[in-house]
Design a protein. Structure first.
Length: 188
């Protein structure tokens, strides 16, 4: 029987649980990691995980959101130069390129996160929340109403949805981006 020390339970944070889950997902090439595997890896009780996450889905959503924040959102600079339209254009261009770069540099984690989100679409909004907030900041919209941000990102679906990832390295990538931007820019 595995003995769990009280010290490990006290010191284990939400971030450590997320990092451990991500490491196990990468190690096994599967998002089907059990809470028991995570608790064993951390040396804590299965129940201790529930102090940080209500259920397994909440943990997987946190893993996907953490990866998305670290590998995509954190690689975007919000410009304060130029018009609001120019700032949004630049943010969107950085966003689609950060997503493309995440795919090109770690296709395995990209695929595992995509698999999870594809099978739990209700988690997508949580994963995209920080992107919506940044778009709202640029457009000077309330931070808690994501309707405009969702519509803008939906317009750029061929640059953001993993189904289109095989076209992200095509030579006309920027040309296609600019064509879509030109279609929507006057409506912003």
């Amino acid at each position: 029987m595995h003995t769990v020390s009280i010290t490990n339970m006290v010191k284990t944070s939400r971030q450590q649980i997320i990092a451990t889950a991500e490491q196990l997902i990468m190690k096994t090439d599967s998002p089907d990691i059990s809470l028991t595997q995570i608790s064993t890896e951390l040396g804590i009780t299965h129940g201790a995980l529930y102090k940080h996450f209500n259920n397994k889905q909440a943990l997987w959503t946190a893993v996907a959101a953490t990866w998305f924040q670290r590998d995509i959102i954190n690689n975007i600079t919000i410009s304060t130069h130029g018009s609001t339209k120019q700032q949004l254009h630049d943010w969107l261009w950085e966003f689609v390129n950060a997503k493309k770069n995440a795919f090109n540099t770690n296709a395995k984690m990209f695929a595992l996160n995509t698999f999870y989100i594809d099978n739990h679409p209700q988690a997508l909004r949580q994963v995209l929340t920080n992107a919506y907030i940044q778009i709202n900041q640029i457009l000077k919209l309330p931070s808690d109403n994501y309707q405009h941000a969702e519509m803008i990102l939906a317009t750029f679906a061929i640059f953001t949805l993993p189904n289109f990832k095989d076209t992200w390295n095509d030579p006309d990538y920027q040309q296609r981006f600019e064509a879509i931007w030109n279609l929507i820019k006057d409506g912003i």
